[in-house]
Design a protein around this ligand. Structure first.
Ligand code: PLP
Length: 386
């Protein structure tokens, strides 16, 4: 039986990572991997995280299970951070990273009778896999013109016709991966009205809070939408905001009418129970410690501010470059770590082979992967291939 399994294609990003690792050139540039890097190219542990871990190590008295819902104080704190007072009304459950939260949310949608999930495209490449794994149909909803680096709201809203009442649409709250292009407040309002008109459930994916314009600024649009829709699902990842990628910290929140909240919670508990049973503790405990201690919280915010400033500075430097007809200036307005350049596969290959510059096959770059000293060389290489 097992011997008859057909092999699956590996994640294309892994291929790029391997090629980068094996490239002997000392001036190679890695813009492929999706983790934050500081000016020296490192992804250090944040000071507040280290301090919280020391507190946990000294104070932890038991390793027994945390309970089905997870760490309730963690959930309150991250809910408040993301949605303010309205989070008190949401059903919540800890999840195994943002990915685990997305999967829980898709499973819940299916239990509720959904058949499809619209994915504004290009989307994070794991979204369609998660949707399919939950036995829902992913539907591509093209909404971005890469050549012009522009969101096409009309196309996105027209694509809602492909869904039926109760289906979902995944909307990235901020710092879009892979585009860096976020909805304006007006566009969030437009989305809320269009979703309400069709009875489609907003499924908000929040994975980069604090990486765009600020903790509150980055969720202002999603909050506006959530105020206007009767039901919604929100998946949160704390991997980037706290730099705790490998700790797998996430949470799922559901906005629902009061009378159905107990049923929502019991469904989520049943889905989690049959999957991984209880969530891991350590990463969520770190976030709880940081957010509940004034000093640690201030230290975390300060470091997050530095991360954001570094990304913004690199974006401004890139945006100042002139590269043939590429709309480089728009890179400064985009948010978070990622942008997708208007390059085809052959151009991406030339950048890799001739210039030692690595990005995904779809020309997504991690702006944070670009050290200041490398910017002129990167721009010259772009000019050579574009
Ligand atoms: C848009 C988006 N959503 C969700 C995630 C999931 O993050 P994690 O599972 O690492 O917490 C990521 C990670 O890259 C992402 O880019």
């Amino acid at each position: 039986m097992i011997e008859s399994l057909a092999p699956k294609a590996p994640d294309p990003l892994l291929k790029i990572i391997k090629m980068y690792r094996e490239d002997p050139r000392t001036d190679k540039i890695d813009l492929g991997v999706g983790v934050y890097k500081d000016g020296e190219g490192n992804t250090p542990v944040m000071r507040a995280v280290k301090d919280a871990e020391a507190l946990l190590l000294a104070g932890q008295k038991t390793k027994t299970y945390v309970g089905q819902q997870g760490d309730v104080d963690f959930l309150k704190l991250v809910g408040q951070l993301a949605f303010g007072a309205m989070s008190r009304e949401f059903v919540s459950i800890q999840a195994v990273g943002g990915t685990g939260a997305l999967r829980l949310g898709c499973d819940l949608l299916r239990e509720a009778g959904a058949k499809r999930v619209l994915l504004p495209a290009p989307c994070w490449p794991n979204h369609p896999s998660i949707v399919r794994a939950a036995r829902l149909e992913p539907i591509d909803a093209p909404f971005f013109n890469i050549t012009e680096q522009r969101i096409d709201m009309d196309a996105l809203i027209a694509s809602f016709a492909q869904a039926e009442r109760g289906d979902g649409v995944i909307l990235q709250a901020c710092c879009h991966n892979p585009l860096g292009a976020d909805f304006s407040l007006e566009q969030w309002t437009q989305l809320a009205a269009a979703l309400n008109a069709r009875g489609i459930i907003a499924f908000v994916d929040l994975a980069y809070q604090g990486f765009g314009d600020g903790i509150d600024e980055d969720v202002a649009g999603a909050r506006r939408l959530l105020e206007q829709v009767p039901e919604a699902i929100i998946a949160i990842s704390e991997a980037k905001s706290f730099g705790i990628y490998r700790e797998r910290v996430g949470a799922l929140f559901v906005k629902a009418a009061e009378k159905s909240r107990a049923a929502v919670m019991s469904n989520l508990a049943a889905i989690a129970r049959a999957n991984y049973s209880m969530p891991p503790d350590h990463g969520a405990a770190i976030v709880r410690e940081v957010l509940s201690d004034e000093k640690l919280r201030a230290s975390w915010r300060e470091e997050l501010d530095q991360i954001r400033s570094h990304i913004k500075r690199t974006r401004r430097q890139l945006a100042a470059a002139r590269v043939n007809s590429m709309p480089m200036h728009l890179i400064a307005d985009q948010k978070g770590m990622f942008s997708t350049l208007p390059l085809d596969g052959a151009q991406v290959t030339r950048l890799r082979e001739q210039h030692g510059i690595y990005m995904t096959d779809s020309a997504r770059i991690n702006v944070a992967g670009l050290r200041e000293a490398d910017i002129p060389r990167f721009v010259e290489a772009l000019k050579a291939v574009a």
